[in-house]
Design a protein around this ligand. Sequence first.
Ligand SMILES: Nc1ncnc2c1ncn2[C@@H]1O[C@H](COP(=O)(O)OP(=O)(O)O)[C@@H](O)[C@H]1O
Ligand SMILES: Cc1ncc(C[n+]2csc(CCOP(=O)(O)OP(=O)(O)O)c2C)c(N)n1
Ligand SMILES: [Mg+2]
Ligand SMILES: [Mg+2]
Ligand SMILES: [Mg+2]
Length: 338
Amino acid sequence: MKRRDEFGLIRLLTGGQQTPDTLASRLVVGNGDDAAVMSGRTGYDWIACCDTMVEHVHFARRTMRPFDIGHKALAANISDIAAMGGIPLFYLVSLGLPASFEEAEIVEIYEGMSRLAATYHMALVGGDTVAIPGDGPLTITVTVLGEVETGRSLTRAAAKPGDRIFVTGPVGSSGAGLHALLACGIDELPERWQTIAEAHRLPMPQVTAGRVLGESGARIALNDVSDGLASEAWEIAEASRATLVLTEDTIPIADDVVAYAAATGLHAQEWTLYGGEDYQLIGCAPPDEQERLTRAFQDAGLSLHWIGYVTEGLEQVRIRRASGEEALLAKKGYNHFQ
Ligand SMILES: Nc1ncnc2c1ncn2[C@@H]1O[C@H](COP(=O)(O)OP(=O)(O)O)[C@@H](O)[C@H]1O
Ligand SMILES: Cc1ncc(C[n+]2csc(CCOP(=O)(O)OP(=O)(O)O)c2C)c(N)n1
Ligand SMILES: [Mg+2]
Ligand SMILES: [Mg+2]
Ligand SMILES: [Mg+2]
């Protein structure tokens, strides 16, 4: 495999990057110096987050194309900004490259990121490039900087007894898609399962939803679904010191996930509750805000699904079945060391 040297590769990857007009005046020193310098805006707080994707852990040749890897690495980070109610602005990318990825594929990874960055008018302002020895895994670490109106960030700790729980869209599609991709491979996947596979490969972060929630001015607890609905609900319960009760039959699930479960004889619940990587937002809001928020989402062309309520009690998550039966919901989801 022939590839440019480190500096040639950096030039190739960053050369064509555009800074959107909205950010040009705020980028004091762009890519190419020791560090980037950006100016903050009066009336806003900075938001910063960072997530890594590792080959064989977050993706494999069988499940994702290079374009998808770039898209998802940035999407996962934008999702964390969305979960704070913020606006994504700048990003940095650290690449660990094994010899198994060709130059054209690395360029494709960047295309996946650039395409998504353009959607949100974001600018790439820096990064790092290193070799991974032998046939080690490709790693990609993305850092995103965003902003939110001063004091308006939405945290996991704001839920209170009496609140209603919402989710911004169906969950389980990514987990079902991953199952289909691992079973068939990306090149052999039947057309029938392409939509769930796409939910896994090219998830869209819910930035507009996060903004609508923030701009409502309501008291809102918020988290994004990266590790699974159960796991994220548990994080809210613990941060807010309350009990979250999910009503099972109100959790939105895509028809294709139901169909895939039927076709494989598997339980869709494993994906809806524990699958992860849907990048929808789960949150809690006071009951008297329910109607107003639902309408605000409708006006923005989005949907909001009410899936439970918050009660006083232990920091825990319970699930209420259609039968009325209630049980503790397993604190289970994606966990790197289990
Ligand atoms: N190695 C680390 N050093 C410092 N902070 C970390 C590290 N790993 C995770 N964190 C922080 O711990 C929190 C939980 O991480 P994580 O579960 O990955 O969040 P998320 O699911 O939103 O990406 C986050 O606030 C994250 O910034
Ligand atoms: C090949 C492959 N195997 C398994 C998975 C499933 N998986 C890997 S990481 C993950 C959860 C999200 O990743 P994490 O690093 O925990 O993101 P964070 O919560 O930090 O945003 C899931 C469901 C996958 N995406 N691809
Ligand atoms: Mg993380
Ligand atoms: Mg998160
Ligand atoms: Mg995690």
